[in-house]
Design a protein. Structure first.
Length: 393
């Protein structure tokens, strides 16, 4: 299957209809560069979204928020995901980004399912209050449009199977002028468990006809991405957990959407080289923000990636544990040298799900949240605290 049309988001024409999902603690400047390089190796170009930053924290310009929106000089389009629950605050954050020339594309987060966010009415709980959702999206679009910066929306199916919002939210977002909508085909209650409901993506594509619809959920391989497009008719895919410890997935995706059957099957030595490159980029990234402390911060950051990179390869629990405690580049090199770099790609053991999964749960919500789709005064006061419930990212 080939992609003859690519993906258009506002003025941006991307030959590869693939978006890197924003993931907290993952899609920082270093990881986005690694993934962009991998896609370029396959001859493609897509969209790579930053970690989520809260609108209020961004307006306060704390160091962490400014780090989250940092981009490489050659990164284009520069994409930032904003989280917010107050229309005025979101609009002000958008104006800041636009007026200061810090962004080319803004994505709005309405998909976060974590309890500390939903219990305040934010994230994937917010589209239930359709008027508030429309106000946030509309004000963001109007704040960005004078500069020609497109705004997109990422969301879930709804709170749970009894309180679905994605079709209404998709139509509202379309009417408010967004450039695209992306659906993670799970409810907040499902969290990351079970199997994503790709039929919901197909239904959204039928409901939203004038802008691209992107699908997200259970894309573990390039062939999964092709299958999602074929089954749902969506215009592109959003890839999250599937690329953890596998940035070369973007090489595969570029190849797949250009019609090539070639896929990356790295030896352990190639995996370690990519891991080393990732670590170098992290050190560089943190050194720019925290001079003199970049190496330690980069090493601490890479630790969570070790198990993902080594999934399926024979490395041994002892050396895996030592790599997960690495604190210098030299120590990483020492440990990597002890492994058999000629070890071939292990096949199926290295494939499939990775990252968070868990089980379905009852969604934490403000009292009475589901009793009405309108926002009453009590809920309005409570939801203003939602941004404070989220860290700078």
């Amino acid at each position: 299957m080939t992609s003859e049309t690519g993906l258009s988001i506002g003025p941006f024409r991307l030959p590869t209809p693939v978006v890197l999902a924003p993931m907290a603690g993952i899609t920082n400047q270093a990881y986005r560069r690694l993934c962009r390089e991998a896609m370029a190796d396959g001859g493609g170009r897509g969209v790579f979204v930053s970690e989520m930053v809260t609108s209020r924290a961004l307006l306060e310009r704390n160091d962490e928020s400014m780090r989250l929106i940092a981009h490489d000089p050659d990164e284009h389009p520069r994409s930032v995901q904003l989280y917010g629950v107050d229309p005025g605050t979101v609009a002000a954050a958008v104006r800041m980004l636009v007026d200061e020339g810090r962004v080319d594309h803004i994505d709005l987060n309405f998909g976060c399912p974590v309890p500390k966010v939903t219990r305040k009415g934010g994230g994937s709980a917010l589209p239930w209050k359709s008027g508030l959702f429309a106000a946030i999206v509309g004000q963001a679009v109007r704040a960005a449009s004078p500069a020609g910066v497109p705004v997109t929306v990422k969301m879930r199916k709804g709170v749970d199977d009894g309180h679905l919002t994605y079709l209404d939210a998709g139509r509202i977002a379309e009417a408010e002028g967004v450039a695209a909508v992306a659906l993670h085909a799970r409810t907040a209650a499902e969290y990351y468990s079970g199997v994503a409901d790709w039929t919901a993506i197909a239904a959204l594509k039928q409901a939203v006809t004038s802008i691209p619809v992107l699908g997200n959920g259970d894309i573990w391989s390039a062939d999964d991405a092709l299958r999602m497009v074929e089954q749902t008719g969506c215009d592109g895919v959003v890839v999250g957990r599937g690329c953890l410890g596998r940035p070369w997935l973007f090489t595969d995706l570029a190849a797949a959407f250009s019609g090539s059957p070639v896929r990356v099957r790295p030896t352990l030595g190639q995996v370690l080289a990519t891991l080393r490159r990732h670590l170098e980029l992290l050190v560089e990234h943190y050194e720019a923000v925290y001079p003199g402390d970049g190496e330690l911060r980069g090493c601490r950051d890479i630790r969570k990636h070790i198990a993902w990179y080594l999934k399926g390869y024979r490395a041994g629990s002892e050396i895996r544990g030592q790599l997960a405690l690495v604190d210098t580049l030299a120590r990483f090199d020492q440990l990597a040298a002890e492994l058999d770099g000629d070890q071939p790609y292990p096949g199926e053991p290295a494939e499939g799900p990775r990252g968070r999964s868990g089980s379905a749960r009852t969604v934490s919500l403000p009292d009475g949240w589901l009793s009405s789709r309108d926002l009453d005064d009590l809920a309005a006061a409570e939801i203003l605290d939602a941004e404070l419930a989220v860290s700078g990212g």
